[in-house]
Write a protein that binds this ligand. Structure first.
Ligand SMILES: NC(=O)c1ccc[n+]([C@@H]2O[C@H](COP(=O)([O-])OP(=O)(O)OC[C@H]3O[C@@H](n4cnc5c(N)ncnc54)[C@H](OP(=O)(O)O)[C@@H]3O)[C@@H](O)[C@H]2O)c1
Length: 302
């Protein structure tokens, strides 16, 4: 399936490609529709060149041609299935070798929001592969390259299901909880590397996602559904504000701060040498052995 097409108006017009103000290129997965297509538009207007990745060639080509006409940016459209190992490997290689790339938007994702017992396990596996494995491999590929390029930005599109897995059924929330935990860990690890990480926890957003998942958007109260353009504009504003976690819908961000403070408060207490007293386990003796174990080992029994 893999295929690359360059849409480069400046090249066609013979205008020099060297621009001292260039922001570099952003690679956006799932760029052919929905949230990814809006990121493409907004980032082009911010001066990024674009590398679009998705499977639907017609949609990618139409979007790329429009962008070149509207913004004059250099656009590469790559038809690739991120669930295909060889396509994925080629995108990883591009992230490693294309010196222009300064941003990765890990947006491609699908949902299988059925109850676990009703879901097709092959579809669930494809969702885990796309939402988790592809995102992880692409991040690994770009991160080393960004270190060598002096920095860059990784935006991971998660979901509010990361912290509210009860809202949807099944495995989807677990894949997005992975994206959140992964992003928090990366942010700590990259603190000294000039790599910005942002994770976006979006609620229901009006895209094809719901139809593709088999759960029509019409079933969700409209007061809970955000327009994709508004969602992306808020997420980009969150990026500009320096947020690690952006939750476009959350009216009062101190709610997240309180949640995060409770988590941070627990961290020093999550790994201790003794079980909590509520479990009624006798205190450990030196070397971590409990009295009955010590008695057994002194008689040679195990
Ligand atoms: N919409 C919501 O309510 C909502 C809520 C929370 C989180 N999210 C997350 O937002 C992200 C974007 O979703 P969306 O709402 O914009 O849905 P969407 O309109 O269905 O877009 C999904 C994009 O991913 C691409 N894609 C799907 N499978 C792919 C594959 N195997 N390889 C490469 N590209 C693939 C699709 O393009 P092709 O079909 O051309 O490949 C499409 O461009 C997802 O990660 C989703 O989990 C969405």
């Amino acid at each position: 399936m893999y295929e690359e097409v360059d849409f480069d108006r400046r090249r066609y017009l013979g205008i020099a490609l060297i621009n001292p103000d260039a922001k570099g290129a952003a690679l956006i997965t799932g760029a052919s529709s929905g949230i990814g297509a809006i990121y493409v538009d907004r980032l082009a207007n911010r001066g990024y060149d674009l590398i679009l990745v998705a499977r639907n060639r017609e949609r990618l080509d139409a979007l790329a041609a429009r962008l070149v006409d509207d913004t004059g940016r250099s656009v590469k459209a790559i038809v690739a299935d991120l669930n295909d190992n060889s396509d994925l490997a080629r995108i990883e290689q591009l992230l490693r070798i294309d010196e222009r790339i300064t941003m990765l938007v890990n947006n491609a994702g699908i949902g299988v929001p059925l109850p676990f017992l009703d879901s097709d396990i092959e579809r669930v596996e494809r969702m885990i592969n796309l939402n988790v494995i592809a995102l992880t491999r692409l991040t690994r590929a770009v991160a080393s390259a960004l270190v060598n390029r002096g920095g860059g930005t990784i935006i991971n599109i998660a979901s509010v299901a990361a912290i509210a897995p009860e809202v949807l059924n099944g495995v989807y929330g677990a894949t997005k909880a992975f994206v959140l935990a992964f992003s928090l860990a990366l942010d700590k690890e990259f603190a000294s590397q000039k790599i910005r990480v942002q994770v976006v926890l979006l609620g229901a957003t009006a895209t094809d996602f719901w139809d593709a998942a088999g759960t029509p958007l019409e079933g969700i109260p409209s007061r809970m559904v955000m327009k994709a353009g508004d969602m992306v504009d808020a997420a980009i504003a969150g990026l500009d504000r320096g947020e690690l976690v952006t939750i476009p819908s959350l009216p009062d961000f101190s709610d997240w701060d309180a949640y995060e403070a409770a988590r941070q408060n627990m961290i020093p207490k999550l790994s201790l040498s003794s079980p909590a007293s509520r479990y009624g386990v006798p205190p450990a003796r030196p070397h971590g052995r409990h009295p009955p174990e010590a008695a057994l080992s002194s008689t040679g029994e195990r």
